[in-house]
Write a protein that binds this ligand. Sequence first.
Ligand code: FAD
Length: 501
Amino acid sequence: MSEQYDAVFIGAGLGALSAASILAQRGRRVLVVDKHNVPGGYATNFKRKDFTFDVSLHSFDGVVRGAESFKVIEQCGVADKVEFLHHPTLYRYRSQDVDITVGHRDLEGYKRELYRCFPDEVENIDRLFAESQRNYRDLCGFLYHERPFWLRFLSTPFIYPRVLKYGHETVDHYFSRFTSNERLKEVLSAQWSYYGLPAKDLAFGYFSYPFIDYLQNGGYSIKGGSQALSDALVEVIEQNGGRVELASDVKQILVERGRVGGVVTRRSGMVRAKNVIANISPHAVVALAGEGHFRQKYLAKLRELKLSISGFQVYLGLNCPLSELGVGPEEYIHFFAPPKSQREQFAHIQAGELHADNTSWSINYFSNVDPTLVPQGKSSLGLFTLTGASDWHALQKLDYRRKKRALTDLLIDNASSVLPGLRDRIEICEAGSPRTLTKFTHNPAGAIYGFEQNTKQSGLFNRFPQKYPVKGLYQVGAWTFPGAGFIGTMLSARLLADRYF
Ligand SMILES: Cc1cc2nc3c(=O)[nH]c(=O)nc-3n(C[C@H](O)[C@H](O)[C@H](O)COP(=O)(O)OP(=O)(O)OC[C@H]3O[C@@H](n4cnc5c(N)ncnc54)[C@H](O)[C@@H]3O)c2cc1C
């Protein structure tokens, strides 16, 4: 039987939708299959009454015309279909001893704030940012230059040397090249919850691109929520002859004589394809293809890989404008850090011992950026914390509800301490737990960022590869290189298309 498709994608998360849009524009016959009836995976919205909430996006780095990250948006064909709304400020970091607001595209202003808080570190701060910007330029060259991938890869030691020089150290190790001030290092990595590990364990290679991209090019939301981006990608795929099949899980990956032959989907049955590109966890890929097609050593290595942490988010719709709670229009993300090191916090997070005194949390004032998501005169915000998956998935229904309610209350209490009167203004309250994340994506243990980005699992050589040992079987999205995030998963699509198609 001849192949119906050049590539079938399992899952319609951002990684798959982006790669399918690139391949469809190149004239390839593509099919994207998702078990859910809405495309986007984590990049999706939900509605409660007249309020629309973006499930996942807090901040999308660098998507402004002319910046490197925008090239991915252009390549996927959605540059004129989606509007990116810049955040009034990048973030505010609040702890006992430091209160810093980082402006929109204002790296110099940020440095001045750091000089104010750490007056003995002025020279070190300058050296650190000068080298981090050089490193960012090397990374951009490696990721975006028009030369073929293999040529960029071979020339990395000569043209983009910092990609190799710093690629395998932790964020803390890199910062320690410039300063020994522990507080400064923690303040510099204020956004660590975006990467899911403390700076002492987080791979610099993964952190270093968005670190500078956010500061130089800003943080953004998508007008209409991230569903607008997912829907626009579907439109590009369909306009270029591709097909997106929703509410139809892939039940099997067909492997014949060491090569993929297609998939079996719930709605279409057997679908023949030359290539199968997975946007789901590699554990699920192996199960769908059958363990027998993989060597024992490969399976053992896969089992050893650590999953990323999970997260818990509360979505609040308020019956008043944010200004009534004293929130100014310039405010967007606030990170609240307790007087504990990131590693101490992470230990509590993994154990599910969450409290404002021992773990950081954040507020996103959503409607300050996109008021079209809420009814007039009302507002919305999100409260977020990382959390270990621990027992979330095993709990009986009632115990699960109780646990979810307790963490929701805790986050609302935290927020009420900085927004007095918040509770009285809540019209909508919804929460997403590690179990919710698994329910909607099938990602194991509610992993929010695929595999953990420690130095052993990060970077071009150490990240779970895009190519499986079965011919024609590939991986795209958060689980593979470079990793999670809106830009991370879209970049994985660009690299996959450049490298293998
Ligand atoms: C709460 C939260 C906040 C976040 N905040 C940010 C942020 O501010 N900035 C940022 O850049 N990133 C953020 N992220 C991360 C970002 O959302 C993800 O990294 C990214 O969207 C993951 O995309 P993906 O391509 O890996 O696919 P996923 O989103 O994991 O989608 C996988 C898809 O596969 C489908 N699927 C699973 N099994 C099957 C099957 N058998 N058959 C068919 N389909 C199947 C699922 O239904 C799903 O649609 C956040 C994530 C979360 C959860």
